[in-house]
Design a protein around this ligand. Structure first.
Ligand code: DQA
Length: 146
């Protein structure tokens, strides 16, 4: 049976490749989705790759994942540093949660050093560029093998 994984992306990540490329690189979110989809099929995972600029939509997708998915790879973007709602939703999810940041948030402004999501995440990947998503998928696959 294929194992479903949600890859969730928060606010402004639709502009990946266009916004602050010196920080986030030149790859677009479509490029990231393509690479994640290719890896997922190698790993025997089925992907649902989603992005929203709306906090409530991210919460709804986490709820959707509850009954369906073995894991969530999430780049909550700015919601990382602000959203108790996203944390509470993730706390209601029983599978693996991997938090991904393209940039190394710890080398950046102090307000980026705190993550609500890290209070739930099983693993955190920061500063590995968009490869972080694929590292996150590999981790979900490993843990899903049980
Ligand atoms: C980010 C880091 C966040 O601080 C920022 O708000 C983002 C992207 C990253 O991928 O490096 O939008 O999550």
């Amino acid at each position: 049976m294929t194992k479903l994984v949600y890859v969730l992306n928060g606010p402004n990540l639709n502009l990946l490749g266009k916004r602050q490329p010196h920080i986030y690189g030149h790859e677009t979110l479509a490029d990231v989705e393509r690479d994640c989809t290719a890896l997922a099929s190698e790993l025997g995972l089925e992907l649902r790759f989603l992005q929203s600029n709306w906090e409530g939509q991210i919460v709804d997708w986490i709820h959707e994942a509850r009954e369906a998915a073995v894991g969530i790879v999430i780049n909550p973007a700015a919601l990382t540093h602000t959203s108790v709602a996203v944390l509470d939703a993730l706390n209601a999810f029983e599978g693996t949660v991997i938090e991904v940041h393209i940039s190394n948030v710890h080398k950046r402004e102090a307000f980026r050093h705190h993550s609500y999501v890290s209070l739930r995440a099983d693993g955190v990947i920061a500063g590995c560029g968009t490869e972080g998503y694929r590292l996150g998928l590999r981790r979900v696959a490993t843990l899903a093998q049980g």
